[in-house]
Design a protein around this ligand. Structure first.
Ligand SMILES: Cc1cc2nc3c(=O)[nH]c(=O)nc-3n(C[C@H](O)[C@H](O)[C@H](O)COP(=O)(O)OP(=O)(O)OC[C@H]3O[C@@H](n4cnc5c(N)ncnc54)[C@H](O)[C@@H]3O)c2cc1C
Length: 171
């Protein structure tokens, strides 16, 4: 597990008083914009309870030695609001109702050549200890579906081990 490298992620979330676009997922490949995409989740799930408001989030993956990892929230807001204006010239800061910055370490495994050989197994050398980790989705990318599938597979392994009495039953 220690040999796997991961990227960290910073997700900036904006709640707007109106839709930003008609897109759920907008890939951005423009040297003037630092991030690679905008996800407007309310265009996939309109959330009637939000009464026309929209939620957009902007993920940015980076290694922990990237200077942006130590940026403060306002540095992200300032840069991203300028970029949003570039993408949608009508966008105005007054549309923003609430905003948040979320940071998560080890969010994405870096899958180098030979990755399948170092992917950790679900059954660990410690009897009774099992792990599931997004690195085990390989060769798929991270998805909720893959995590549900892993959970199901590891539950089957635990069940078989229990039946074969390889792990103690704690009641
Ligand atoms: C920025 C980003 C965007 C993504 N976009 C998508 C997407 O569009 N579509 C998609 O399908 N997938 C997406 N994914 C991937 C998806 O989110 C993951 O694959 C999925 O959430 C993994 O589910 P999980 O239940 O295994 O882990 P998690 O969702 O990480 O759940 C683990 C939970 O355990 C809790 N926890 C951790 N340690 C402890 C502890 N010691 N005690 C108690 N609780 C603890 C955590 O707080 C967390 O709530 C994205 C991931 C990221 C980071």
């Amino acid at each position: 597990m220690a040999s796997i490298q991961y990227l960290n992620v910073v997700c900036v979330l904006f709640e707007l008083d109106r839709p930003f676009s008609n897109n759920f997922w907008l890939n951005v490949n423009d040297p003037r914009v630092s991030f690679n995409g905008i996800v407007e989740t309310t265009n996939l799930n309109p959330r009637p309870d939000l009464k026309g408001k929209s939620l957009i989030y902007i993920p940015y993956y980076m290694s922990r030695d990237n200077p942006r990892w130590s940026w403060g929230d306002s540095e992200f807001y300032n840069e991203y609001i300028s970029a949003l204006k570039l993408i949608e010239p009508n966008f105005n800061e007054t549309w923003i109702l609430r905003r948040h910055v979320f940071r998560d370490v080890n969010a994405q495994a870096v899958c180098r050549v030979g990755f399948s050989e170092i992917t950790p197994k679900m059954r660990t050398p410690i009897v009774g200890l099992y792990i599931t980790d997004s690195a085990q989705y390989y060769p798929e990318d991270r998805t909720l579906s893959a995590s549900v599938r892993l959970g199901s597979i590891v539950a089957g392994i635990v069940d078989r081990d229990l039946q074969e009495s390889q792990i103690p039953v704690l009641l």
